[in-house]
Design a protein around this ligand. Structure first.
Ligand code: FES
Length: 166
């Protein structure tokens, strides 16, 4: 399987970061880094990570089953997660999720037709003091209003349009 030189470098560093015989500790970070580059975890990737870390493909598969942030299917370029757990819910988290769903035109786990956004309703993300909270990719956004949500999405759409012009 072919990865970018930057990802190969990360893998090489990871595999020397653990004591001898403990390369299995690299399974989760390798999967996460690879997912960042490829967008999801394919069967081919599972077998590659298993080969590189000295575990079986079944063991890698079990790890993926445990961690919800590892995805077995492709998603949109930006993963938009809206918390509707209790602290967020009492200050509008559920309404915000419904607004997000309307703005993006998709429901929970849906991906926009342009492939830019996947929406997810999620449990507490540890940002209760700044509710309602959302996460887009690795970025947290706090005290999000429907207006702020729309501006954020518009900004991402505009940035994408600029990228395509180049
Ligand atoms: S309940 Fe939403 S971040 Fe904790």
């Amino acid at each position: 399987m072919t990865f970018s030189p930057a990802l190969e470098e990360r893998f090489a560093k990871l595999l020397t970061s653990y004591p001898a015989g403990r390369t299995r500790s690299a399974v989760v970070p390798m999967l996460l880094y690879a997912q960042d580059e490829l967008g999801w975890v394919s069967r081919e990737l599972i077998e590659e990570v298993a080969r590189r870390t000295g575990v079986t493909a079944v063991q890698v598969d079990e790890v993926i089953g445990y961690y919800s942030m590892l995805r077995r299917h492709p998603i949109g370029k930006h993963l938009v997660q809206v918390c509707t757990n209790i602290c967020c819910m009492v200050v509008g988290g559920q309404d915000l999720f419904e607004h997000a769903s309307k703005t993006l035109g998709v429901g929970h786990k849906g991906t926009t037709t342009d492939g830019l956004f996947t929406l997810e309703e999620v449990e507490c993300m540890g940002a209760c003091s700044w509710a309602p909270a959302i996460q887009v990719g690795y970025d947290f956004h706090h005290q999000v209003t429907p207006e702020r949500f729309d501006r954020l999405i518009e900004g991402l759409r505009n940035a994408e349009a600029e990228t395509r012009k180049v």
